[in-house]
Every structure is written in structure tokens, then in C-alpha cells.
Design a protein. Structure first.
Length: 278
């Protein structure tokens, strides 16, 4: 049996399989089908995040989602809980304000690599430095997907984008190293293919006191098309075949380069540091 809803604006009947019964009350089924491209990993993240929220042991009414601009920023609109869609790069300071006003809230930022680490980069490092007690999920698809395929702070050196048509010449951020060096209490990296590990990491994120960061690797058809890598499924195969899990990895050695020969995943950092409030 499945849950079926007719979307009023389109007349399309959308079904959620029975396997989703545990989270159907958290998903805005009336807004499906979603806008994301076939092969995008954001639908997987939405499912896992909803399931982790449901099983976090924290009352649903205490959970708040804050998103910025971009494909990832649409996640909050598909969750049936308090969610705020804010201006580009400002999701973290908005989330910090919510947490300061009401420390009982479990505030989670979900954003893309461009939104969080480019225009929002300064907010990211200072929230980590202060060890603000919020969660930040960075969906890394190595590019600005929604706005036309420009390079982002995580685009590998050598990759082609609309703003680096002959190959990107800058070095990308090593996200876990950056988060750790700035002061985050919890740092992890998983892909949308590693669903059980990512789900468990999301649950752990909710238990952490302090600034918690999860980098989520997710395929993007814009990136693969620009770099003659086939479609998003082909990038999924690359991530699956070349990923290794090493929780004790030296963070200085886990960069992701254009060849993607080595993709290191894991729960890298969990430490106790004083938080700025709460």
C-alpha cells in the first residue's frame, strides 16, 4: 500500500511507497514531485534527514531547518516543520540568531558548497570558531548547479565550468580540514550512496553540543555534463567505487582532486569545546 496525494496545481497523483510510511507525516507530499534533476542526491538526503529528525529523540516542534539559495535550499520546503528560506550565504547567521533567541531549539542549516563556503564562508568559519551550537549540512556537488554551472569553492582543480571553460586553476577547500581547523566540535564526510552511514551521522549530529558539520557528497548532472563524465549516475559509480572509510584519516590528506581516485569518508572529529551560549 502507498500514500497517494493529488497535487492541486498540476493534477499529478504522487505516491509514496510503503517504505516511507514512517516519515510521511514529515514530508510535504502535496509539493511532490520535487524539482531536482534525475540522478541528483538531494532526494536521498531529504529522506534520511526526515528519518533522522523523526528518530532523534528530540520533539519535532523543537527542530528548525534553515536553508539558503540554490538547489539544496529547496529541502526545507519539502519538510513539514518550521523551516526558513533565507538570502544567499546568510543561513548560518540566521540559524545562530534562532539558537540565541531560543537555546532549546535544534537548529540545522542545509546548504550547498557555494552558499555555505563562498558568500557564506566568513559566517561558517566564525560560527565554528565560536562553536555555536547549530548543525550544518554542506551538500557538495562541486559546482553551482542551479545558477548555470559556475565554479564553486569545492570545484576540483582542472574541472571545467562556465567560469573556467579551460579548466579550473584554483585549489578547492578541503571541507573537513577547514571545519576542524576553525573549531567545529563534530566533523564528518559521507556521500548520498552511503545511506546507513550518513543516517547514523545525522543522528550523531543531533546529539553533539557545539558546531556540527557534515559534508555530503552528491552527484550533479551539471558537473558531470561539463566534464564529460556522462550523467549523474556515472558520478555515483565513481563515488561508490573509489570511496574508502577511514575515521582516523589525516585531514590534511583527504582533498578531493579532479581525478577522484581517492575519496575518503568517515566520522573524523568529535570533541568537546566550550560553546558560545546555551
Amino acid at each position: 500500500m502507498s500514500t497517494e496525494v493529488e497535487v492541486a496545481t498540476t493534477g499529478i497523483k504522487v505516491e509514496l511507497p510503503k517504505a516511507y510510511d514512517d516519515i510521511k507525516d514529515l514530508i510535504r507530499i502535496d509539493r511532490l514531485p520535487h524539482i531536482w534533476c534525475p540522478g541528483c542526491g538531494l532526494g536521498i538526503l531529504l529522506k534520511l534527514l526526515a528519518r533522522a529528525i523523526k528518530n532523534s529523540g528530540i520533539p519535532i516542534e523543537k527542530h528548525v531547518i534553515v536553508t539558503g539559495i540554490g538547489c539544496t535550499g529547496r529541502i526545507g520546503g519539502y519538510l513539514r516543520l518550521d523551516a526558513y528560506h533565507v538570502t544567499h550565504g546568510r543561513a548560518i547567521p540566521f540559524a545562530v540568531g534562532l539558537k540565541m533567541a531560543n537555546p532549546e531549539l535544534e537548529v540545522t542549516v542545509v546548504g550547498g558548497d557555494g552558499d555555505i563556503l563562498a558568500i557564506g564562508g566568513n559566517h561558517f568559519i566564525h560560527a565554528a570558531r565560536r562553536n555555536d551550537d547549530i548543525n550544518v549540512i554542506i551538500v557538495n556537488n562541486f559546482i553551482y548547479g542551479m545558477t548555470g554551472g559556475q565554479y564553486s569553492p569545492t570545484t576540483p582543480k582542472g574541472a571545467k565550468t562556465t567560469t573556467s571553460p579551460y579548466g579550473h586553476f584554483e585549489n578547492p577547500f578541503n571541507v573537513p580540514l577547514l571545519a576542524y581547523a576553525a573549531g567545529a566540535s563534530y566533523v564528518a564526510r559521507w556521500s548520498v550512496l552511503h545511506q546507513n552511514e550518513l543516517y547514523q551521522s545525522l543522528l550523531e549530529m543531533f546529539r553533539v553540543k557545539g558546531f556540527a558539520v557534515i559534508e555530503v557528497l552528491s552527484p550533479c548532472i551539471i558537473y558531470t555534463d561539463r566534464n564529460a563524465m556522462g550523467d549523474a549516475v556515472d558520478l555515483m559509480k565513481v563515488i561508490k567505487e573509489r570511496s574508502t572509510i577511514d575515521h582516523n584519516a589525516n585531514l590534511a590528506d583527504i582533498d578531493i582532486d579532479f581525478s577522484m581516485k581517492k575519496i575518503v569518508l568517515g566520522n573524523f572529529v568529535k570533541r568537546e569545546r566550550p560553546v558560545s551560549y546555551g
